[in-house]
Design a protein around this ligand. Structure first.
Ligand SMILES: [Zn+2]
Length: 215
C-alpha cells in the first residue's frame, strides 16, 4: 500500500469499508478499517458509516499518533497502530461488531477448532481477548498480542479484528471469521461439536503451509 498514491489508497479504503457494510459485517458506525500508509496509517474517521464515509473523511495518523486538526480518527486508532507496529507484514486491519462474532465473543471464550476453516487464521482456535473499554490502551495491547500468532481474534463482550497483507485479505478474514462463528453457533444447537485432534491440526497446517490458502 505504501507505494500507491494517497488518492488511490483512500479510494480503496472507502470501497473496502462499503464492502464490509455490504457483507453485513458492519452496521451504523460500529466498525473501522485502516491501511498502512507511509510511516503511519489511513483510518476511517470516528462515527463513520457506509452512507457517510468519503475519501476526504479518512484520517492520516502519523507514527507519533498525531493527526490533522479538525479531524478525528476512529476511537480504536491505537489498536490499529499497535497491530501494525507489531506485525511488519500487516498492511490492512478490519474491526467489526458482526453478529456471530459478537455472539461468541460475549462468552469471552476462544472459537475452538471445531472445523478446519478455523485453522486459516493461523492456529487451532481463534483466541478471544479479555474485555476492556473501547479505545483503551489495554484493549489495543491485548489485541496486538493475540494477533502476533493469528490473523484474527475475538474481543470479549465487543467484536472481532482481522489483519491482512492487503485490504482484500483483511476483509476476507473478517468475513471468514463471521462465517465460522455462525457455523459454530449452529453446531452448538445440537450439542458440543467434536474438535479436530492435534494430529489432524498438524496435518492441516502442513497442507495449508504451501498452498497460499487464505493468505
Ligand atoms: Zn469496536
Amino acid at each position: 500500500m505504501t507505494t500507491g498514491s494517497e488518492a488511490a489508497a483512500r479510494t480503496e479504503l472507502v470501497q473496502a469499508y462499503k464492502e464490509v457494510v455490504g457483507l453485513g459485517l458492519t452496521e451504523l458506525s460500529s466498525g473501522n478499517i485502516s491501511v498502512r500508509f507511509g510511516e503511519g496509517m489511513l483510518i476511517s474517521p470516528t462515527g463513520a458509516s457506509g452512507d457517510t464515509i468519503t475519501e476526504d473523511s479518512l484520517v492520516y495518523v502519523g507514527p507519533d499518533g498525531g493527526w490533522e486538526a479538525g479531524r478525528r480518527p476512529s476511537s480504536e486508532w491505537q489498536l490499529h497502530a499497535r497491530v501494525y507496529r507489531e506485525n511488519a507484514d500487516t498492511n490492512a486491519i478490519v474491526h467489526t461488531h458482526s453478529d456471530y462474532c459478537v455472539a461468541v465473543a460475549c462468552h469471552c471464550k476462544p472459537l475452538p477448532g471445531f472445523h478446519y476453516m478455523v485453522g486459516v487464521f493461523g492456529g487451532d482456535d481463534v483466541p478471544c481477548v479479555p474485555y476492556n473499554t473501547f479505545g483503551s490502551e489495554e484493549l489495543a495491547r491485548d489485541v496486538a498480542l493475540a494477533l502476533r500468532a493469528r490473523t484474527a481474534c475475538l474481543m470479549g463482550n465487543h467484536g472481532a479484528t482481522a489483519r491482512g497483507k492487503h485490504l482484500d485479505a483483511a476483509v476476507k478474514g473478517a468475513h471468514r471469521l463471521e462465517i465460522s462463528c455462525r457455523h459454530y453457533i449452529h453446531s452448538l444447537a445440537i450439542g458440543e461439536p467434536r474438535l479436530l485432534t492435534p494430529e489432524e491440526w498438524a496435518d492441516f497446517h502442513r497442507r495449508i503451509g504451501n498452498s497460499g490458502y487464505a493468505k
